[in-house]
Design a protein. Structure first.
Length: 165
């Protein structure tokens, strides 16, 4: 029996040590004025863990089925605004949208110069809407995840308690 679980972006208490969270730490400190088009989906770490345990104990899930463990779909601007607000900087969210055409030029130059940060692949990933529909996981696995804002507040609380802000 195989049940495949595919979580979206996992957020919550303790996630701030991931390398990919540098931007969110800056946003929580009110120091992230730039954003791009695009969106993401946030699912709670405890929600993902709960589902994994239930599936492992064979309480839920259909063999051969792939489940998307996802929560709320939000834009990159909403994500960074929420981090700034949770960090105590309600007016410190991003205010300058970096146009995709300009980011494309920056990434082309970055690749030419050998950058691993500014690449066409990063451009592609950072300007897409990574939005998902978790309805099958909600129905079959009883997935229940907090709103994105709550997950972000948990993440910022961890940042503060561990002096990352």
């Amino acid at each position: 029996d195989v049940v495949v679980l595919c979580p979206s972006q996992v957020y919550g208490y303790g996630d701030a040590t991931k390398a990919s969270r540098r931007t969110q730490i800056k946003a929580a400190a009110g120091k992230s004025p730039i954003y791009t088009l695009g969106g993401t989906n946030l699912v709670g770490v405890s929600s993902v863990c709960d589902v994994i345990v239930r599936v492992a104990n064979k309480h839920v899930g259909r063999s051969g089925t792939r489940y998307i463990l996802a929560g709320e779909n939000i834009t990159i601007k909403e994500l960074l605004d929420s981090f700034a607000s949770a960090g105590g900087h309600p007016q410190g969210g991003p205010w300058l949208r970096l146009p995709t055409w300009l980011l494309s030029i920056i990434c082309a130059i970055g690749e030419f110069l050998g950058s691993t940060t500014y690449t066409k692949e990063r451009l592609y990933v950072s300007t897409r809407y990574h939005w998902y529909n978790p309805s099958l996981a909600i129905t079959d696995l009883a997935l229940d995840t907090p709103p994105a804002r709550d997950l972000i507040c948990d993440s910022v609380r961890y940042m503060k308690e561990h002096h990352l802000l």
